[in-house]
Design a protein around this ligand. Structure first.
Ligand code: PGA
Ligand code: ZN
Length: 421
């Protein structure tokens, strides 16, 4: 049976915040149909590919995506009909040519990515292999360790915590299934501790708690307590990670710790601050420690801490080979956060990952704070074999959907499942 694309249809759906996003269905002549939905960020990097929103205030406060839907249905679809979905590079290249901008602002990165991912899904189904096998043919398969964001601060919470995310990494576990259990148990232990201290235990966008803690250090303290209450050893079985998202509290080169009331800091002060956190807590990874334009600050902190811990660029690199190349030559980090929708196609994301592999840098496959039930990124993480995934806490179904998919994959791969970082 033929596997040519016979139709591509997009529709407007809602993400986990109740904002519109796009879902696309790529149908083949052989009856196969690949579906994919794109996520959406809140604390986005300045240089991300453009997410096309309608701007019509009468619908969803301007956040509708009907123009992006129309771009898929009436502009992209006619160009791709008759192609086979396994020609990922060609499909993506044709969409880039049709868009003809560096930021995908004509068609929208959301429109383009939905087609790019749905084509992969259709190709895997057509070849009757799981998506992780289809995507991973050039690399070994590997289950990732979860980086679970259990306390929220920064722009994601109304508290006195300046840093955006405090994560746990259960890398002392022997398998993904066990790591997830360690993480979920710690999440529940943390809830008990927060309750006993009289803090709120409602969860934020990524499923972590957002208690009104007094300081950044208190966030670290309660996490250590939670790890211990759950019966694990901090720094042996469970480690910690931070996403400072420093662009969100940087103004003209100064870092303003307004929420905790601890004043304004220079890049050098920030290095001291992170240095003392790393000394006092089992922190093995810091993401966006500096502002996305502070390349010197990034290079300096990588020089200071990069041989001990992972320094991750998210807003700094926006999953873009140009920025990652610059980062490699400036030694501005040693790891890259990978978000498919920051760049907007599967093949460009693969190029960024290849660049990381060549440089010997780590890479982490990541969700966005606005997600859907789509599990593409779970398969993608296993296929890319980078060993790490960032997809939220142990709550909220759009986060759990990815974890459940990873459990499924682990049980399919069975004995050969490789889990380590
Ligand atoms: P997002 O960011 O809100 O842009 O998805 C989360 C992050 O900074 O990693
Ligand atoms: Zn980030």
């Amino acid at each position: 049976m033929k596997n040519q694309i016979i139709s591509i249809e997009a529709m407007e759906i809602l993400d986990s915040r109740g904002n519109p996003t796009i879902r696309t269905r790529v149908s083949l002549e052989n009856g196969v149909c690949g579906v994919s939905s794109v996520p959406s960020g809140a604390s986005t990097g300045e240089n991300e590919a453009l997410e096309l929103r309608d701007g019509d205030k009468k619908r969803y406060g301007g956040k509708g995506v009907l123009n992006a839907v129309d771009n898929v249905n009436s502009k992209i679809a006619p160009e791709l009909l008759g192609m086979t979905p396994d020609k990922q590079d060609e499909i993506d290249r044709m969409m880039l040519e049709l868009d003809d901008t560096s930021t995908k602002s004509n068609l929208g990165a959301n429109a383009i990515l939905s087609v790019s991912m749905a084509a992969s899904v259709a190709a895997a189904m057509s070849q009757k292999v799981p998506l992780y096998v289809y995507l991973g043919r050039v690399s070994e398969l590997r289950l990732p360790v979860p980086m679970m964001n259990i306390i929220n601060g920064g722009e994601h919470a109304d508290n006195s915590v300046d840093l955006q995310e405090f994560m746990i990494i259960p890398s002392g576990a022997s398998s993904f299934r066990e790591a997830l259990r360690y993480g979920a148990e710690t999440f529940h232990a943390l809830k008990k501790i927060l309750q006993s201290k009289g803090y709120a235990t409602s969860v934020g966008d990524e499923g972590g708690f957002a208690p009104n803690l007094e300081s950044n250090e208190e966030a670290c303290e309660v996490i250590i307590e939670a790890i211990q209450l759950a019966g694990y050893e901090p720094g042996k079985e469970i480690f910690m990670a931070i996403d400072a998202a420093a662009s969100s509290f940087c103004n003209q080169g100064s870092y303003i710790f307004q929420k905790s009331g601890s004043g304004t800091k220079s890049s050098t002060d920030m290095m001291e601050f992170y240095g003392s956190l790393v000394e006092n807590y089992p922190i093995v990874s810091i993401e966006d420690p500096m502002d996305e334009n502070d390349w010197e600050g990034f290079s300096a902190i990588t020089k200071k801490l990069g041989d001990k811990i992972q320094i991750v660029g998210d807003d700094l690199f926006v999953t873009n080979t140009d920025f990652v190349s610059k980062g490699i030559s400036k030694k501005a980090a040693n790891a890259v956060l990978i978000k498919l929708n920051q760049i907007g196609t599967v093949s460009e994301t693969l190029a960024t990952i290849r660049l990381c592999q060549k440089a010997g840098w780590n890479y982490i496959i990541s969700h966005r704070s606005g997600e859907t039930e789509d599990t593409f990124m779970a398969d993608f993480a296993v296929a890319m074999a980078g060993g790490q995934i960032k997809t939220g806490s142990a709550s909220r179904s759009e986060r759990i959907a990815k974890y459940n998919r990873l459990l499924e994959i682990e049980s399919e791969i069975g004995e050969s499942a490789n889990f380590s970082i």
